[in-house]
Design a protein around this ligand. Structure first.
Ligand SMILES: C[S@@+](CC[C@H](N)C(=O)[O-])C[C@H]1O[C@@H](n2cnc3c(N)ncnc32)[C@H](O)[C@@H]1O
Length: 256
């Protein structure tokens, strides 16, 4: 199954669920590297969910534009609702309700890409297509905040504990949201093949979570990293909500 509209069911409870189960840890992981970013002007946020990293970056990057793409309209609604409480001006955000497996990411170039707890929703075959596709939209100088659950590389207790947590987590998400993935796939080799180098990795909660800063410097070779076989269905994509009524911005223009 590749439709993840099941995330709509989780959307109203997602923030509360995070608070009760993980406290501040996930947000610490999301924001761990934001001090090290090159000042971006055009940000692509994928699978942003209810908008916690977005709220943080809106304050940190006062002149950047944000394209927020998520397959779940419920999650986008939650993000907008929460931001309207804390931020009077959301005009630097473009909201896009699209499924990355079946629909295009708008062309960049983007000089910051964020995927918090997003890539771990996908199988190896899906990541083989998704990561090059995302990378092909990056600017020559581009940072990528990659935050995911992981199985720690060292420590028997740490890795056994992580395997147990992952089993529970994937069982829950597969039932509720319908994701295909049943374990976390290591994205590092695909990131490197796509022209990115890892600058930093921080681990949280005994290695259960990792927060990476990757950076692309220079050209991507070959076909620009674009996959050939992602299914496209541009017509069913939807930019929402209505930009005038909701006070939302037009898609950001690429940096010159
Ligand atoms: C596990 S949640 C993570 C939410 C948030 N980024 C966070 O840090 O908690 C995964 C998010 O990715 C979105 N998502 C999952 N599959 C997707 C797809 N195929 N295309 C676009 N968004 C997707 C979900 O709707 C959800 O908002």
């Amino acid at each position: 199954m590749t439709s993840h509209s099941g995330f709509d069911k989780l959307a109203p409870f997602y923030r509360l669920m995070e608070k009760l189960i993980a406290g501040k840890i996930l947000q610490e992981a999301r924001t761990a590297h934001t001090d090290k970013l090159q000042q971006p002007s055009n940000v692509l946020m994928l699978g942003e969910g209810p908008g916690r990293l977005l709220a943080h970056l809106l304050d940190r990057l006062p002149s950047a534009h944000f394209l927020v793409m998520d397959q779940s309209q419920g999650m986008l609604n939650q993000a907008l609702k929460c931001l309207q409480r804390t931020h009077s001006d959301c005009s630097r955000i473009t909201w896009l309700n699209r499924n990355i497996l079946t629909q295009d990411i708008p062309d960049g170039p983007y000089d910051l890409i964020t995927t918090p707890f997003f890539l771990d929703c996908f199988t190896q075959d899906q990541l083989d297509l998704i990561i090059p596709s995302i990378a092909s939209r990056s600017a020559q100088q581009c940072d990528w905040l990659l935050i995911d659950f992981q199985i720690p590389a060292t420590g028997k207790f740490r890795s056994t504990r992580a395997r147990c947590v992952h089993r529970l987590m994937y069982t829950f998400f597969r039932i509720i949201t319908g994701i295909d993935a049943d374990h976390v796939v290591e994205p590092d080799s695909l990131m490197e093949a796509a022209g990115f180098r890892r600058l930093s990795r921080l681990e949280f909660n005994t290695g259960l979570i990792r927060s990476d800063l990757w950076r692309r410097v220079g050209k991507i070779s070959g076909n620009g990293g674009r996959p050939h076989s992602i299914r496209r269905n541009e017509d069913s994509s939807k930019e929402y909500p209505d930009s005038t009524r909701a006070g939302l911005a037009k898609p950001p223009s690429p940096p010159t």
